[in-house]
Structure formats: structure tokens, C-alpha cells
Ligand binder design. Sequence first.
Ligand code: MG
Length: 227
Amino acid sequence: MEKKPSPFAPREMAVMWQHRSAEKRACYHQAYHLAALALDHALEDSDSDRPKAVILDLDETVLDNSPFFARLLAPGTTITESQVMHEFIEWLEGGEQTVQPGAAEFLNYAKSRGVEPYYVSNRPEAMRDVTIRILKAEGCPNADPEHVLLKKGKLNFFGHKHELWDRVAADHDVLLYVGDNLDDMGGAFDDRGDDSGHDVVDRNAAAFGTRYILMPNPMYGPWERNL
Ligand SMILES: [Mg+2]
């Protein structure tokens, strides 16, 4: 009988690419360099006196969870959804998490240009202290409760964050959104139409690399709904 490929194999490749490949590192450097250039242009173009901000997602944007996901790939590892949160926090508390290549440099550059970084994440409140601790240890500016905005409820690695974005936009011009999926882009891609967002992305092509900076993440994301 013909042996079917494991349905988990593609995800394993995705996790290993994110965890191990130099190409992934290069992609993050590239994206954060582009973010700095985009910030320069946005500042030149701005004629507003309002304070300026950049909004960044955390997981797979500023912070790297790939070592945690790689650990789950160990042979014989089984984990239920309810165990994930517990294990994830335990891993974070272990102090192994790092920021993505280029992230701290970009964040400090933004700060030096007078643009306030805000971290807007679907991480729950229970992860606030450890998250701030990691950002601080990794040299990220604004690692404090005022600039780390988290969602109420349970851990989600993706999903819309309108209430949190609105809080920042209420008294700032938001120059850039940086994230690892379209749901991080300030609501611009809420309506993906009936082709899972291909058309709306193409129609907004000019905004990628100028207003929206997208990081690579083949491990998970809202795109999974359309597989
Ligand atoms: Mg993310």
C-alpha cells in the first residue's frame, strides 16, 4: 500500500526554516532596513504636528518563537491546546526568547527619530511581565506598560486588534504597521474578499514597504484558514 506523506511534514519544514535558516535572518534584516527607510520617507512627507508612532506586532515580528515551536516537533511530543499556554509561558520564563534579527536596531532608530514604538499584541495580560522583561533584556525601547498593549483573554498568535490600535491612533500619527500577517496592518485587510486576500493585497501593492512592513512567517497565520 502506498504510504501517504505525513500531514505534519510541511509544518515541520516551515518551523525549521523559521528556526534554522540564514535566509530567515536575512529576510528580517531586509524588512527592518526597509522599515527604517519607510520611516524616513514618512517623516519627510508628514506635515502634521501630532506625535508620531510606529505599531509593531510582537510574536514573529519583534519576538522569535521558533525555538519553542521547534521543541514541539521533537519525536513523541504531544500537546493539547490548553497545555500550550502553560508550556509557552514556562519557556518564556526560562529566558531563552530573543528578538528577531534587526528588530532592536530598528526600534532604537525609530525612537532616535522621535517616533514612539508601540507593541500591540494578542498576547494575554498574563504574559505582560515576562514580555516586558524580554524586550528590556534585548535592548528594545519603550518596554513598559504604556507601550506594550496586550489583549484581554487567552493567547492568540493572530487576530485583529482594533481597540488597541485605536488607543495609539487617538493621539498619534501612526506611520507604519509592522507585522507577520495581514491582520497586523491596522485593519486595512479586514475584508479579504472571496480570494482570501490576494486581490486586496495586489490593490494595495504600493503600501507594502512604505506603510505596511510584512515579516515572513510560514509557521502559522490566518492564511491557514484557506488551505
Ligand atoms: Mg505575530
